[in-house]
Design a protein. Sequence first.
Length: 100
Amino acid sequence: MEYIPELVPLIRYLAIFLLIVFTYYIIIRPLTKNLSKSSDQKGKQAESKYSPEKMKEMVHELNSTSDLKKKKCLREEIAKWAKENPEEATHLLQKWIEKS
């Protein structure tokens, strides 16, 4: 009975610690896993449709061709795709930079 007043602060700190651990494992950790999975899936979709190699080919073709109509068509195609899929374009550029 004489130790109970001394244990109250210890129990309080233990409860706060357990609450933080509980919050991390139940809320924060699953949320970060879910966000990273969706980011990876978006990247795979972007790579499957327009891989970095495909985009490099398009840019190389854009730079090497002297046909103005073809250049305009390629630029419009790249710009249209980037406007329709900004997240995929961003992810694709990040992957492209990482591979360079």
